[in-house]
Design a protein around this ligand. Sequence first.
Ligand SMILES: *Cc1c(COP(=O)(O)O)cnc(C)c1O
Length: 429
Amino acid sequence: MTDRPQGFDTLAIHAGTAPDPATGARQVPIYQTTAYVFKDADHAARLFNLEEVGYIYSRLTNPTVAALANRVAALEGGAGAIACSSGHAAQIMALFPLMGPGKNIVASSRLYGGTITQFSQTIKRFGWSAKFVDTDDLKAVEAAIDDNTRALFCETIANPGGYISDIPALARIADLKGIPLIVDNTTATPWLARPIEMGATLVVHSATKYLTGNGTVTGGIVVDSGKFNWSASDKFPSLSQPEPAYHGLVFHPTLGSMAYTFHSIAIGLRDLGMTMNPQGAHYTLMGIETLGLRMERHVKNAQIVAEWLEQDPRVEAVTYAGLKSSPWHRRAEALLPKGAGALFTFALKGGYDACVKLIDNVKLFSHVANLGDTRSLIIHSASTTHRQLSPEQQVAAGAPPNVVRLSIGIEDVADIIADLDQAMAKATA
Ligand SMILES: *Cc1c(COP(=O)(O)O)cnc(C)c1O
């Protein structure tokens, strides 16, 4: 390897991996093993003391899973990463080192529906809470952060509407308040946006979506920038003070830029057990090899479909930030110059009933609760992914009852449009 920094598509294929040292296998083998034989008692002790990096038990680390974590860390420009059993697991894992009973996060009101439910309901069982704000109102964001706030959370391209978050502005507020900005980069992927370069501390992914890219894996990733000074205040004692759950180890600054990553493995994965499995990691690694090629086609198709929908008299509105009519168009151009993603909603004239008819009449599109597949996908968010939300939350999240969400695939765009055209004809007849 040379010192020259490698490009995105090279890293997508090579980062985190090398030919298998035991066999020379070129593709990353699926290390389907639970445990690893220690060289001797001293070696085992050194591993458990984090004095030497190596494999102990696959709930903590596994070579296939580590290859995936290291590859995504490289693509996001982070210091380290942790692969998890799902995107939702990754969100809990991301918060775990930061939070404690009585602590809160400030989160965008425009999030994946499941995340709003996880943050507004389920995390309360841990004594954590979330305050939701419109993150375009920077004054409201600042006002919502109090002495017990431990993170600010947003999505790069917010599901389902395709709204673009002002990551640099939110990062400045987080910096000012001495807390990390966590960005869910699932719908953008590092090919479209690298939140760490815009000032984010942590990036989370549902690897289930574009990273794997073909609807075969449920997985998640947490990437740490390695840049946050956890010892600057007494807000993050689990990282900056002797950690009783790891025989008094002070993770930061002892482990430097890897403090958060090691904490997440040594305590988070050890005790919460939200580990990714090696087979899932292998599929995701293969998916990532073509991430750049796929995203290029996803955004190209999405732009064409959104423009076609916008000029169609049967359509009331299209939310795609790649359209000049979008209030987020300029921000998309500034922050995501390669494209505004492939996820957006549109409102059909005829409201709820027309939306349901549309969904029942598509043929190429699949009606599923997923996104980021090679296949074009469609769903009515208000009655599915955002169903647990109140009507007010649905509107705030961009999922009112009269819109459908599209995840534009990489098929021939003429076929995607033809399918929508015939279904819209039936829905508005
Ligand atoms: C799907 C999704 C999640 C949750 O990920 P899972 O892998 O389904 O647990 C979180 N955030 C966003 C933006 C998502 O699209």
